[in-house]
Design a protein around this ligand. Structure first.
Ligand code: FES
Length: 164
């Protein structure tokens, strides 16, 4: 293991990753890669540097490329800095049929940015994502770990007003 890489992960992050590793057989510690990436991302203000991914790879005993493959495949991992509040809007079929285009338009107008962008003050990142698995209450978006469902312009305004 590359000790320097591993030390990029804080002691608290390593302790949390250890709890995930413990859920799997000892020879399967790599199964904790998704949790480990999430933990590393949270440690770094919401995004992953290559060094942090290398740290995860070293800690789990994986080739770095295998960790990059996971980090680039799933939309919840960020490889660039993001705003303090990451707003993920689902535009998949159920949400589209229930007005996700209006949701996106409202958010873009109110925040003054387009999908994929971050506000100049670093407060908000707006991101388009695939199905969040809450189709029954479409349209849906996720802010940090919280889902917001049955979105309307009024609901969106009250959510944004509540975010510093
Ligand atoms: S399509 Fe939007 S939550 Fe499933």
């Amino acid at each position: 293991m590359a000790q320097a890489d591993i030390e990029l992960l804080s002691a608290a992050s390593r302790a949390e990753i250890d709890r995930w590793i413990a859920k799997y057989p000892p020879e399967r510690r790599q199964s904790a890669v998704m949790a480990a990436l999430r933990i590393a991302q949270e440690q770094n203000g919401g995004w992953l540097t290559q060094e942090l991914m290398d740290g995860v790879a070293a800690y789990l005993g994986m080739p770095p490329i295998a960790v990059y493959e996971v980090a680039t495949f799933y939309s919840m991992y960020e490889l660039e800095p993001v705003g303090r509040h990451k707003i993920c809007v689902c535009t998949n079929i159920s949400c589209m049929l229930r007005g996700s285009e209006e949701v996106v338009a409202h958010l873009e107008k109110r925040l003054g940015i387009k999908l994929g962008e971050t506000t100049a003050d670093g407060r908000f990142t707006l991101k388009e994502v695939e199905c969040l698995g809450a189709c029954v209450n479409a349209p849906v978006m996720q802010v940090a770990k919280q889902y917001h469902e049955q979105l309307t312009p009024e609901v969106l305004d009250s959510i944004l007003d509540g975010l510093e």
